[in-house]
Design a protein around this ligand. Structure first.
Ligand code: B1M
Length: 211
């Protein structure tokens, strides 16, 4: 791995928040591609901290400071990942489902969708289905995009879709889902029109859904 990107990777892995910001900036200034910094630096470090958590070598506090470091880096990459002056091609409401606090992947998907030309309304994490329904009534999106990172919360995607149907807001509205435990089979099972394995695929699928 290139030296500067390796330093970003290590800063995120070690939860060195201030260092991450400086190192991402230096890596950008050196002319490295934002997408490469994201994949080989930030995202790779989060995968490693996840693997360490799984094997008992890291604990929740370590995951948390790595996640915060990644967020610092991601904010600097945002302008490079999101193209300026794009006319909206549709409106997306995005959020992480109720009971789930993981928001990094959701933020990334939101950024990629912005980059693809969508107007994105971000409801944050731990979104109750009732609040989602209210937001749909207020913003009238083309797509609702839901993220879940826990096997225990992915069922809340189904609950939200059912509530959309019951309250009459589902007509003409496309639903997309994603997150580590989520699969295309699960999307088919709960009646979601779209599934994305990662943020860039999510943006591509969203474009297809509004075309
Ligand atoms: Co948690 N956590 N966590 N965690 N955490 C996981 C998810 C876990 C896999 C770790 C592990 O065991 N290896 C595990 C889940 C196991 C399971 O259910 N199968 C887990 C657990 C168990 C927990 C707690 C229960 C731990 C505890 O308290 N004992 C707890 C739950 C809290 C809660 O939500 N109620 C918890 C807490 C946390 C922190 C708060 C410490 C922190 C989150 C901070 C934050 O997000 N603000 C955290 C973190 C950081 C992780 C890991 C390490 C990293 C997640 C991440 O940000 N990845 C994670 C392990 C891992 O993923 N390897 C883990 C980087 C991100 C870019 O990837 O989010 O997968 P990801 O998003 C991808 C794709 O999934 C996809 O695109 C994104 C970009 O390519 N995608 C979509 C996501 N949403 C999409 C939506 C789409 C399409 C694609 O369409 C709409």
């Amino acid at each position: 791995m290139e030296e500067k990107i390796q330093a970003v990777y290590e800063a995120v892995l070690n939860g060195a928040m201030a260092d991450t910001r400086g190192l991402v900036q230096q890596t950008l200034d050196a002319g490295h591609d934002a997408d490469m910094i994201l994949k080989e630096g930030l995202t790779a470090a989060m995968s490693e901290i996840g693997a360490r958590f799984e094997s008992g070598e890291a604990y929740v506090p370590e995951m948390l400071i790595s996640a915060k470091s990644m967020k610092f880096g991601l904010e600097l990459l945002r302008p490079h990942l999101v193209a300026a002056d794009v006319q909206p091609i549709g409106k997306v409401i995005i959020g992480t489902v109720q009971g789930d606090l993981h928001d990094i992947g959701k933020n990334l998907v939101g950024m990629m969708m912005e980059g693809a030309g969508f107007d994105v309304v971000d409801l944050g994490a731990d979104v109750k289905p009732e609040d989602l329904i209210e937001a749909i009534k207020e913003h009238k999106p083309d797509i609702v995009a839901m993220s879940a990172l826990l096997t225990t919360t992915m069922g809340n995607m189904k609950t939200a879709i059912e509530m959309m149907a019951e309250t009459g807001v589902k007509d003409g509205l496309k639903v997309m889902i994603g997150g580590a435990p989520v699969t295309q089979d699960y999307a088919n099972e709960i009646g979601a029109e779209g599934f994305g394995i990662d943020a860039s695929q999510a943006a591509k699928i969203a474009k297809i859904l509004v075309s």
